[in-house]
Design a protein around this ligand. Structure first.
Ligand code: B12
Ligand code: SF4
Length: 518
């Protein structure tokens, strides 16, 4: 029997980390990484396991020093903190294993600090390693020969996490994506054939999450709609589950833009109560989309703008990822991005500079072309040396776009365009269903109002700039006046907090405190 500790290192502040908004939501972190509770569930029962997420609690190094095995996960943006933690664990003589997205693409990065490395998925290799470790014959490197059979994955041990500390939970339905984007390591690691869990597994995960008191979850799939036929089957079961239990859960997820081509799928997502979908739109520059092989975004038919509007009209808010610095981008790209995001009425647009992750086709191509900056700490925020822009031009243009998008006027005008002018209807299926259960409907509406009021009061107390407090007050008041809807009020309050986060983060980037490479 082994005593095992698994650690998720602290993230630096980032757009999706929501660090500056978390106190306003009364949470310590946005969501738990999905691998920790999953690895715990994959651990045979004879072992004891402790999960430590440094984003919500300090690492207990004493406990680590007493443990037989200490595992550390992490993605690219955690690599510096991972190194610090691994060095400390090493100093204390721990037996260290490392897995997760970063070591999967840069196996040699922690040389000398890890006793065992795991490359890629670990549903088979983690239990195999534990067996071999117990017999004293473990290997130094584990990599599965086949991709994980998703139908065998157990329910993650959410009960081992401090769920009260997170804003939302995480849940996974599928892995993989059928597309071919040149910069993407997901398809390199998880493959282009989407693999999906059974409805039975997914519903059991939802029950387990709900049992911890968490009623909102990020479906952390690479692309929820990678296999449309299969996901429709699952969504039908999720809808039935929601109806049977009077809609206890709300979801956020990630999907490709071809979602807009499938009315039935959009309706199923609305009925399953998926409130938000994050889409990799990347750029309005068609040449860049072709260059990067994001061909699903340039297919004939409706324009990208029309597709975004169609998804919004169905009742799902669209968040997006945008990229600057493709080879086909010249200095006109910055304004083109501003214009697109405004016209698309996308409130949460995460703009980044093109970065090349090891093992991707983009990384290989730029390496051949001598256009990769090899430094680990990137002075210009990306390792890609752009073709038609100077590195300064790209960095400064990126910062200016981020700033402009988060000017309070611009940000809240996009929000008003969506909820007060287009009047999209969030959580419409849930609300329609609850009309037959008036007590629950009243209770849900009161919860949203209370959440909005709580966030509002914290905003007024915590936000130091009077100008911002004034904007938040007037935009919330205007929303209340024009649309007397508790859910819209709650959304406006959340957006004020998100705006405050982005505003603070961008200010720090301007002061040179953060160089955001992803
Ligand atoms: C959901 C998601 C998010 C969510 C949630 C992130 C979170 N905090 O958990 C959000 C939207 C917030 C997000 C944000 C970001 N993300 Co993200 N995200 C994902 C996504 C789509 C799924 C991750 C997931 O939960 N998978 C499910 C779990 C079960 O899989 P897993 O973690 O890989 O774990 C398995 C194995 O790796 C292994 N394993 C993992 N750890 C360990 C440890 C040990 C000891 C062992 C033995 C095994 C092991 O076992 C598990 C079971 O097989 C991945 C893509 C992907 N498929 O990896 C990108 C991904 C991880 N994200 C990525 C990036 C870059 C980011 C951002 C930096 C983007 C940005 N520009 O800001 C931010 C980070 C900000 C932050 N503070 O979180 C990159 C990382 C690249 C890399 N190779 O390191 C990925 C791979 C996608 C990509 N290419 O863009 N992300
Ligand atoms: S659509 Fe997203 S997940 Fe799929 S290949 Fe492109 S970037 Fe990767």
């Amino acid at each position: 029997m082994a005593q095992i500790v698994l650690i998720n290192p602290r993230f630096d502040a980032s757009y999706w980390g929501l660090e500056y908004a978390l106190p306003l939501f009364d949470a310590k972190a946005n969501l738990p990484v999905a691998c920790l509770p999953l690895l715990a569930a994959l651990t045979p029962a004879e072992h004891t396991i402790t999960l430590m997420d440094e984003n919500v609690e300090a690492i207990d190094y004493e406990l680590c020093a007493r443990a037989d095995i200490v595992g550390v996960t992490g993605m690219i943006v955690q690599r510096f903190r991972m190194t610090e933690i691994l060095s400390e664990l090493k100093r204390r003589g721990c037996f260290i294993v490392v897995g997760g997205p970063w070591i999967t693409v840069r196996e040699d990065y922690f040389d000398g600090l890890a006793d065992v490395v795991f490359v890629g998925e670990a549903e088979e290799t983690w239990p195999r390693f534990l067996g071999e470790w117990a017999e004293g014959r473990h290997a130094r490197r584990y990599e599965q020969s086949d991709k994980t059979d998703m139908t065998t994955i157990p329910v993650p041990r959410f009960d081992l996490l401090k769920m009260d500390d997170y804003a939302v939970g995480s849940i996974q339905f599928s892995r993989g994506c059928p597309f071919t984007c040149e910069f993407c390591d997901i398809i390199v690691v998880f493959g282009r054939r989407p693999r999906i869990k059974t409805s039975r597994q997914i519903l059991a995960e939802m029950e387990a999450l709900l049992a911890t008191g968490m009623d909102t979850a990020f479906i952390v799939d690479d692309n929820l709609i990678g296999n449309k036929k299969a996901i429709k089957e699952v969504l039908r079961d999720v809808v039935a589950w929601q109806r049977q239990r009077n809609y206890p859960m709300t979801f956020v997820t990630e999907a490709s833009i071809d979602l807009a081509d499938d009315e039935e799928l959009m309706q199923l997502m609305v009925d399953a109560n998926i409130r938000v979908v994050f889409i990799g739109i990347e750029t309005p520059n068609e040449a860049a989309l072709r260059e990067t092989k994001k061909l699903q975004n340039v297919r004939k038919g409706a324009s990208m703008l029309d597709k975004v509007h169609a998804i919004q009209r169905a009742g799902i808010e669209v968040w997006c990822g945008m990229i600057l610095g493709f080879d086909s981008d010249d200095a006109t790209i910055f304004d083109a991005q501003r214009k697109f995001i405004k016209e698309a009425r996308i409130v949460n647009a995460m703009v980044g500079m093109l970065s090349a992750i090891p093992k991707t086709p983009l990384h290989a191509r730029l390496m051949n072309e001598g256009r990769l900056d090899p430094s680990d700490r990137q002075p210009y925020g990306t390792n890609v040396i752009p073709l038609q822009l100077s590195r300064e031009q790209l960095r400064d243009g990126y910062l200016a776009v981020m700033e402009d998008l988060h000017e309070p006027e611009a940000f809240f005008d996009r929000l008003d365009a969506l909820y007060l002018e287009e009047r999209i209807r969030p959580e419409q299926s849930r609300l329609r269903h609850l009309r037959r259960h008036p007590v629950q409907l009243v209770s849900l509406n009161l919860t949203w109002i209370a959440e909005a009021a709580g966030i509002f009061l914290r905003l007024m107390r915590h936000v130091p700039e009077p100008r911002l407090r004034q904007v938040y007050r007037s935009r919330l008041w205007n929303a209340l006046r024009r649309r007397r809807s508790p859910i819209v009020l709650q959304i406006y309050a959340i957006k004020c907090a998100m705006h405050y986060h982005a505003h603070t983060m961008i200010k720090q980037m301007r002061n040179g405190k953060i160089v955001n490479s992803f």
